[in-house]
Design a protein around this ligand. Structure first.
Ligand code: HEM
Ligand SMILES: N[C@@H](CC(=O)c1ccccc1NC=O)C(=O)O
Length: 492
């Protein structure tokens, strides 16, 4: 059988240096004065939001044509501006707006079509195309050399929130060419090459987890939850936040149905999805258990089912989404490791990658607890207390109580007081913790099939820094292997 050629990064708008980030830093402004009304509005976003004039100003914009946009960088810049303006319009009033005026909708639909991304503030708009290096000659893989072009709030916390992702994309970019080499190496049965590529991959993943943990340095969880996050929401699963039907994009055609889009989410990062594909990690719809039956023969990841992570590919720029599809068709590392499972260095290196990726997801769950679950819980506590006080004073439950929480009014949109924990949703619309925990657990699954079974049966395997004997005893004692027990190599 002839092998499908491997994807060439440059064919998919991917840089060998910066990965899914553009090769050169994004345009900071459209030079053509024709677009000055957009540039002026986006550069005045904070005062317009604070003064609640944003809707009036957006409604008064001229309907600009996209004909003057020339380069890819200009189209991306237009997409970024229109994404910031549209979310400011929808979420920047006392109530969410169910319509987007034609001044935004018409160019936004055209730009989205051209770039093959949905007309909503995606991860590409807010992160991939929204940064600049502070010192242009220095690398962007270091958080200390990054600044954002735009934020909704003007808060440092918001800049930092996006920049952590930019730094991760930048630092993770080197993994792509190396792992394409690994795929080629597996085709040519070059064991040593595959091992060294996997080792490189595992080390980089450790660095990315470290970068993720730096979120705490400059992004305060309460500011994130109450001030920033409301602007990130989309129009899908947002009934409680004030958009039961979604949003109508007015374009004067008379055919302007309600549309529903997920909000920005890092699940839209092609880099992280590429990691899963490279390692053969598969994600099921939330709640679906691992099937007991063996998987059907055929290429890895071939049975596509409808689930959130796959759905998020529709929110990636078209070329990046197509790259992932190509990568799926050539991904061979997991099968190669399975076929060479007697080669210890290979299984250890593969398993180390899974372990590191699982560790990344573990840290992410901690972050989500601190940035969403805890602030929401605190807010519920305050709300309940205020309700009780109001009740004890008047003897009855107040009707239509306005629960002041230090704001002028009850927080709105995604920062509203949730009724209970199950009411909490990600900006992508998932039920947060069950979804994220399942994604984490699925990351460890391939290693259970290959590595752990060998640990249980093969006393000759020695783990770095551990006596094989003790690992074997753990297995024979009946409990399934546990991270602490195997010196942190296996973690599930
Ligand atoms: C304060 C920071 C963050 C919060 C509160 C947060 C929250 C969430 C939530 C709620 C989801 C579930 C999907 C949804 O419904 O939106 C999610 C998904 C995801 N997030 Fe984050 N996130 C944060 C930062 C990051 C960063 C910096 C990265 C890495 C670059 C990241 C990577 C992911 C990935 C890959 C997913 C998809 C699920 C998976 O593959 O495990 N997140 N995030
Ligand atoms: N899903 C997250 C939001 C999120 O992760 C995100 C949204 C827009 C742009 C980037 C994002 N992620 C990380 O930096 C949330 O529910 O708050």
């Amino acid at each position: 059988m002839v092998n499908l050629p491997l994807p060439k990064l440059e064919d998919y708008s991917i840089s060998t240096k910066t990965g899914f980030l553009p090769d050169a830093p994004p345009l900071a402004a459209l030079q053509d004065l024709y677009y000055a009304p957009w540039e002026t509005t986006v550069s005045n976003l904070q005062p317009l939001l604070l003064s609640k004039k944003i809707r009036q100003v957006v409604e008064g914009l001229p309907v600009l044509s996209t004909d003057q946009l020339r380069t890819e960088a200009e189209w991306r810049r237009a997409y970024l501006i229109l994404s910031f303006l549209s979310h400011s319009y929808i979420w920047g009033g006392d109530f969410a707006s169910e319509v987007l005026p034609a001044t935004i909708s018409i160019p936004y639909l055209a730009v989205s079509k051209k770039l093959d991304v949905p007309p909503v503030a995606t991860y590409a708009a807010l992160c991939l195309w929204n940064y600049r290096p502070i010192f242009p000659d220095d690398s962007t893989d270091c958080l200390d050399n990054l600044a954002t072009l735009h934020t909704f709030t003007g808060a440092l916390d918001e800049s930092w929130f996006y920049l952590v992702s930019v730094a991760i994309e930048s630092r993770g970019a080197t993994i792509l060419p190396i792992m394409l080499d690994a795929i080629q190496g597996a085709r040519e049965d070059d064991l040593d090459l595959v091992v060294s590529c996997l080792q490189f991959f595992a080390e980089r993943l450790g660095e990315l987890t470290h970068l993720l943990g730096r979120m705490y340095e400059n992004c305060d969880p309460h500011i994130f939850y109450s001030r920033i996050r409301p602007y990130l929401a989309g129009s899908k699963n947002m009934a409680e936040a004030g958009l039961p039907r979604g949003v109508r994009y007015l374009d004067g055609s008379g055919d302007e149905p309600f549309r529903q889009y997920s909000g920005g989410s890092n699940a839209q990062s092609s880099l992280i999805q590429a990691f899963d594909i490279l390692l053969g990690v598969e994600h099921r719809p939330t709640g679906d258990k691992k099937p007991d039956t063996p998987r059907p023969e055929g290429p890895q990841n071939s049975h596509k089912v409808h689930n959130f992570i796959l759905e998020m590919r529709d929110y990636m720029p078209g070329p990046h989404r197509r790259f992932l599809e190509h990568l799926e068709r050539v991904s061979n590392i997991q099968n190669y490791v399975k076929e060479h499972s007697s080669y210890g260095a290979l299984t250890v290196a593969y398993d180390a990658c899974l372990h590191m990726l699982r560790g990344f997801r573990d840290k992410h769950i901690q972050i989500v607890s601190r940035y969403i679950i805890l602030p929401a819980k605190e807010q519920r506590g305050v709300a309940t207390e205020r309700l009780a006080t109001a009740r004890s004073k008047s003897g009855v439950a107040p009707v239509g109580i306005n629960l002041h929480l230090g704001y002028r009014s009850q927080p709105k949109g995604l920062a509203r007081t949730p009724n209970d924990r199950s009411d909490l949703r990600g900006t992508g619309g998932t039920a947060l913790i069950p979804f994220l925990k399942q994604a984490r657990d699925e990351t460890g699954e391939p290693s259970i099939g290959i590595w752990a079974r060998r640990l249980l049966t093969d006393s000759r395997i020695s783990l770095p820094g551990r006596e094989a004997e003790s690992v074997k005893i753990q297995g024979l004692a009946g409990q399934w292997l546990d991270s602490e027990d195997v010196g942190g190599i296996c973690h599930w």
